[in-house]
Design a protein around this ligand. Structure first.
Ligand SMILES: [Mg+2]
Length: 377
């Protein structure tokens, strides 16, 4: 494959309703879309979601990163082997710009796969997608009435797995837990603190004040405060999910996994693309650590589709999937048909093996996607 050009634009899609948690409140996408065109007219797309409070990236910084590396990549990348070499040589730059790299890498994988007339899975040597994918109902920090409405909607759809973004105020959070329990009595509920507390003692006090023990607690402490985290892991009765504290492979060795109470939330954008996310998932699954295939709020069908590759390959250790809200959250999508969950939170495996616009991610992008000012700014 020979690349003609690689370009990036900001992806700007309004949400149908805003989504709030401890670290952010958003009402539109914050993402970049990268397009790779090959010499023989194949077009690949990739998406990345910079989050200042997760990876210290900004949209402007991502656009600069793509501009800086586009010409070198267009010259050096002809295959996934070249991509492997480039990733190895630029580990530190990717660690500092994971979302920007994610968008580039996905667009390259999409273009390479289309050039070869095959799916992303075939290109990566991953198993073909099969079966259905089970998603979690994720509840933001909404007002009590909006929260109640969302719970009723999810319960109506038949969801059994919930994640609640907490405030850290026990009374407020207990009310939310009760609302979910009332609507779905046997719900499995995990909580995401998005780095509310500074010490193990504060986390313990909070957990004791809850009316029900959650299935797991995500990111209670400050991001990557590994000493405090390991202190918590030695005493907590509740499994801890790592998200902001697990951004790349170097963090693995800093975490005490001896108590078997660690779960890792892998989000392709924060991990710096699908190939790095796969390596991390392999390492964690070999170590017997359960995985959640997570998402950034507002991901389009493109990152949802990339997540399926990972969830499918590591299904033995995946305990939950997040995202796939599609046009339930986004006013529009990059594809004509949104790839999203349906009844009971299940996403039915998209038609693999079909020649959906000549493979790659096997999704039908909107025509003239990159020229569309409706979606891009
Ligand atoms: Mg999280």
């Amino acid at each position: 494959m020979n690349i003609r050009d690689i370009e990036a634009r900001a992806l700007d899609i309004p949400f149908r309703h805003h989504f709030k948690h401890h670290s952010a409140d958003r009402s539109r996408t914050e993402a970049l879309l990268v397009r790779t065109r090959t010499q023989n007219e194949c077009v690949g797309f990739g998406e990345g979601c910079p989050r200042e409070y997760v990876t210290n990236e900004t949209l402007a910084g991502c656009l600069t990163f793509v501009e800086h590396h586009a010409a070198d990549l267009a010259k050096s990348i002809h295959s996934t082997n070249d991509l492997d070499v480039w990733i190895d040589r630029h580990e530190h730059q990717i660690n500092a710009n994971p979302a920007a790299w994610c968008a580039i890498e996905l667009s390259l994988l999409d273009a390479i796969s289309k050039d070869l007339g095959q799916s992303i899975e075939t290109t990566l040597g991953a198993p073909p997608l099969v079966g259905n994918f089970q998603y979690t109902a994720v509840l933001g920090d909404n007002s009590p009435s909006a929260f109640g409405q969302l719970v009723a909607q999810y319960a109506g759809l038949g969801f059994g797995d919930f994640k609640i973004k907490i405030t850290g105020e026990a009374q407020n959070d207990n009310e939310k837990l009760s609302l979910v329990r009332e609507a779905v009595p046997d719900a499995r509920i995990r909580l995401d603190a998005n780095n509310i507390w500074g010490t193990v003692e504060e986390v313990s006090t909070y957990l004791h004040s809850l009316s029900v023990a959650p299935f797991a607690l995500e990111e209670p402490l400050q991001p990557r405060a590994f000493d405090e985290l390991n202190r918590l892991l030695r005493i907590t009765p509740v499994p801890i999910i790592l998200d902001e504290s697990f951004l790349n492979i170097s963090h693995f060795g800093l975490i005490d996994t001896s108590q078997n109470n660690v779960i890792v939330n892998i989000r392709i954008s924060k991990m710096g693309g699908l190939m790095r996310a796969r390596s991390i998932a392999r390492l964690l699954s070999d170590a017997g650590i359960p995985l959640i295939i997570g998402a950034q709020v507002g991901e389009t069908s493109l990152l949802t589709r990339a997540g399926l590759c990972l969830a499918n390959e590591f299904k033995e250790c995946v305990i939950a999937q997040e995202g796939a809200f599609g046009t339930l959250l986004l006013e529009t999508d990059v594809t004509n048909e949104s790839l999203m969950f349906g009844s009971k939170g299940r996403l039915v495996c998209p038609g693999t093996g079909q020649d959906v616009t000549a493979h790659g991610f096997e999704i039908r992008y909107k025509s003239d996607l990159f020229g569309s000012d409706a979606l891009l700014s």
